[in-house]
Design a protein. Sequence first.
Length: 103
Amino acid sequence: PIFAFLKGNIKYLIVCLPILAIQYLISLKFKNFLVPVGIGLVGLIGSLIGMNWSNIFISPYSYPSLMAFNAKLDYNLYVYATIYFVLIMIAAYVLYILKKEKG
């Protein structure tokens, strides 16, 4: 059962990566700690409210909930999560490079 547990944990890690990237991107932009926390909370609550929406895959904050509720999906959640993660991290890297004050 340990390998099934590890497989499930890796799946949750993959679907949480876009949220981590978004929070990192927001934290690069704002120096206040509460702004990324508040935006993350609003994103989580908003995605939970819109769980029955047919286009919920647009919101990366919904991916862990969709996986936890075993939602029947017409798309691969892991592919969307990976694409979102890569695109957001590229944007965060570009913003970090262009930032005048680093640190």
